[in-house]
Design a protein around this ligand. Structure first.
Ligand SMILES: CC(C)(COP(=O)(O)OP(=O)(O)OC[C@H]1O[C@@H](n2cnc3c(N)ncnc32)[C@H](O)[C@@H]1OP(=O)(O)O)[C@@H](O)C(=O)NCCC(=O)NCCS
Length: 147
């Protein structure tokens, strides 16, 4: 397994993982947009030629936000999400970034477990922030990691 920065040429593979891993996947257009802005970075985790997971983050005004993190379902629970997050923290360290922020569905147990392990702390709840497949609403947990 190795991790490298991705360019726009990987948009379709990212989209494929999004569709398989997320209940509300980003559109292909939204993924392509990310590559137009210098403050976004996309890192991908590879098993040989195969892209297994990715993380999308920004670095703006001394803060970094994680916008997306997903691992292909067949490759989940093998440490790839943790590997991507650790590499992300390494990337932003030394760039004058004082904190990393993210939001996660309150029901997303595996992602929250991973963020807890990497020292993220809950700082707020956004009530009814997400919609669910059954057209109900779900809270977002805002988490912060002070670097
Ligand atoms: C969240 C996600 C990226 C994690 O990727 P991953 O490669 O499976 O992550 P890892 O294997 O490194 O770690 C998963 C951890 O969650 C744990 N876990 C799995 N299911 C769990 C559950 N139901 N409750 C609590 N912990 C759980 C695993 O045991 C593992 O922890 P451990 O290493 O301490 O044993 C992946 O599940 C995913 O793509 N989910 C869909 C998209 C998503 O929700 N993204 C996050 C948006 S904020």
């Amino acid at each position: 397994m190795f991790i490298k920065k991705l360019d726009c040429g990987y948009s379709r593979q990212i989209f494929d993982i999004e569709q398989k891993a997320q209940s509300f996947p980003w559109t292909l257009n939204a993924i392509e947009e990310v590559f137009k802005y210098p403050y976004y970075t996309v890192l991908g985790a590879f098993d040989g030629e195969q892209l297994c997971g990715f993380i999308i983050f920004d670095e703006i005004a001394g803060e970094s936000n994680i916008h997306d993190l997903a691992v292909m379902p067949v490759h989940q629970n093998k440490g790839i999400g943790g590997l991507l997050l650790n590499r992300y923290i390494k990337e932003i360290t030394g760039h004058g970034i004082s904190r990393s922020l993210l939001e996660v569905r309150i029901s997303n147990a595996s992602a929250r477990h991973l963020y807890d392990k990497l020292n993220y702390k809950q700082i707020a709840i956004r009530k009814n922030y997400y919609r669910t497949a059954s057209l109900e609403k779900e809270d977002a947990v805002i988490m912060e990691n002070r670097l």
